[in-house]
Design a protein around this ligand. Structure first.
Ligand SMILES: Cc1cc2nc3c(=O)[nH]c(=O)nc-3n(C[C@H](O)[C@H](O)[C@H](O)COP(=O)(O)OP(=O)(O)OC[C@H]3O[C@@H](n4cnc5c(N)ncnc54)[C@H](O)[C@@H]3O)c2cc1C
Length: 499
């Protein structure tokens, strides 16, 4: 029997509202902006350059630059519609209530953010606004289904992906298109109010914000126009996604993750387009839609189990004794620098450092290597990715790390230990990706490039490769590392079994 759809909320009309944009930097198919425009006669939009976040970032950060460009484009788009973007710098817990009062709004609308720090921040803002008699309205915008919209038949959260995906698809079908519907803006844009002169201070330069320019613009097309451009390009390839997505040397995936992260593309638009292709029989689109469902899956895991931030999803694995001390620190540094002596791992880590992106197959290999070859705590790798990934997202990053470390929900079992050479030969057979990022090995043939220490000395000499000088010896032995990892996990399992 079809489930009943949630009723569309009817809001008391108000004269003035403010939309506080955060991870939703676009002016179309926008849940919060749509709702505000339908509720209020005059609507303003604001973005706060949150100093509590910005002060903790490195001076050159591609993500800050991405946001900065996205704000300029968003401001232009909003102005073309009759509004504009108010930009403030400071702590949103103070800035939002101050601005809301100054503009005399009766409501502040936001797209819901599910990260624990954001939830705490929003609770403070909500409280301060309530004190001033202003309502705080939050809307689902980041995901297709959120919090407890998709639950098991027993009403509990899912912790295994496949049944979650089945339930997700069932709910989508029952909605008959409802959940993928766009939230139009242009149609209601007459309610966008121009930025009052006193509030129209422009967008501070990157330098004024304390940031140095990066190579971001040379690598990424930021803003909603960048998202549109990538989407059009990907739609040409989506039907081949299932067969091309695992090979880092070829253009297989969509590269849309950074746009999903900052909301410069709408998840509803992506899921709708994918779903249409699935209906037309595209296997590629079906697999890609599943990836979008993984994204929702990890969001709901974070919602139901916020302890995954800092802790293993499976509590017994909190007792794992990861390597620590000077030798462990040296291994971590080698991993970060792409100097482990395992070419596929090094190529992956250098891709991350040079571009801020890492292919999904390589994220799995690099994370598995850190935890299962180097025996290092997944939290160290998670933090490194958080600092360097353009698309860093707490839910997906934590989920991915705990999956690779076998400590997470629906993770790969601890005894499944990726062999980096096998992975390399399978997914970069001709070493094209390795040659791009580890050019010092380019002269080796297509077999030797996956494990240079196994090549004949003459072969290495001819390729100009001298282990320990031009390229590192492997920092660990694969078989020994594998044995240590099995022992590490089995020790914990034995203790858990005795309890
Ligand atoms: C250790 C590890 C860390 C990761 N950290 C992040 C992260 O911080 N941010 C992030 O967005 N993704 C993360 N992922 C998931 C995945 O690697 C990236 O989403 C993907 O590589 C982004 O490239 P794309 O946009 O071309 O992906 P596509 O293959 O085109 O997939 C489309 C979209 O689906 C979503 N998606 C795909 N795979 C996953 C997944 N496994 N989990 C959740 N969502 C997924 C992403 O939003 C992605 O943009 C991580 C995976 C691992 C194994």
């Amino acid at each position: 029997m079809p489930t009943r759809l949630p009723p569309s909320p009817t809001l008391d009309p108000v004269d003035r509202a403010l939309v506080w944009l955060r991870r939703d930097l676009r002016a179309d198919d926008h849940a919060a902006l749509h709702r505000a425009l339908r509720q209020a006669r005059q609507v303003w939009c604001v973005f706060i350059l949150d100093t509590t976040i910005l002060t903790g970032l490195p001076q050159a950060d591609r993500r800050v630059e991405f946001i900065w460009h996205a704000l300029h484009e968003l401001d232009r788009r909003l102005r073309a519609l009759g509004g504009g973007l108010i930009v403030r710098q400071g702590d949103p817990r103070e800035e939002i209530p101050r601005l809301a009062k100054a503009l005399h709004v009766q409501a502040v609308h936001v797209a819901r953010d599910h990260e624990p720090a954001a939830i705490a921040r929003d609770a403070k803002v909500r409280g301060a606004l309530a004190d001033a008699g202003i309502s705080f309205l939050s809307w689902k915008d980041q995901t297709i289904f959120e919090t407890d919209e998709v639950l098991t038949a027993a009403g509990t959260p899912f912790s295994v992906f496949t049944p979650y995906r089945n339930a997700w698809l069932k709910k989508l079908a029952e909605g008959g298109g409802f959940y993928l519907k766009a939230y139009p803006v242009e149609r209601h844009a007459r309610h966008l109010a121009p930025v009052p002169t006193d509030f129209d201070l422009g967008i501070p330069t990157l330098e004024a914000l304390g940031f140095a320019p990066t190579d971001m613009a040379a690598r990424l097309h930021p803003g909603a126009s960048g998202g549109e451009h990538l989407l059009l390009d990907f739609l040409e390839r989506i039907d081949r996604y299932d067969s091309s997505r695992d090979f880092p040397a070829i253009k297989g995936p969509s590269y849309l993750s950074v746009h999903l992260r900052f909301g410069t593309v709408s998840i509803r638009q992506l899921a709708r387009l994918a779903h249409e292709r699935v209906t037309a029989g595209s296997r590629g689109a079906e697999v890609w839609l599943s990836e979008l469902i993984w994204r929702d899956f990890y969001f709901q895991i974070l919602h139901h189990h916020p302890r995954v931030v800092g802790h293993c999803f499976k509590p017994e694995y909190d007792a794992i004794r990861w390597e620590h001390g000077k030798a462990a620190d040296a291994l971590f540094e080698a991993w970060c620098a792409g100097q482990t002596g395992y070419p596929i791992v090094d190529a992956a880590m250098r891709q991350l450092a040079q571009t801020g992106y890492m292919h999904n197959r390589l994220r799995m290999i690099a994370a598995s290597f850190l935890t299962k070859h180097l025996g290092l705590d997944w939290r160290r790798g998670e933090a490194w990715f958080a600092l360097h990934l353009n698309d860093f997202d707490l839910a997906a990053n934590n989920g991915g790390w705990q999956w690779a470390a076998s400590t997470g929900c629906d993770a790969q079992p601890y005894f499944r230990i990726f062999n980096p050479m096998t992975q390399s030969r399978k997914f970069d057979a001709e070493g094209r990706f390795i040659r791009r990022y580890v050019p010092e090995l380019a002269g080796l043939d297509d077999d030797a490039i996956h494990a240079p220490w196994q090549a004949r000395p003459m072969e290495r000499l001819a390729a100009g490769v001298e282990l320990g000088r031009t390229y590192p010896q492997p920092v660990v032995d694969h078989d020994e590392a594998r044995a240590r990892t099995l022992a590490r996990f089995e020790a914990v399992k034995k203790v858990a079994a005795r309890r």
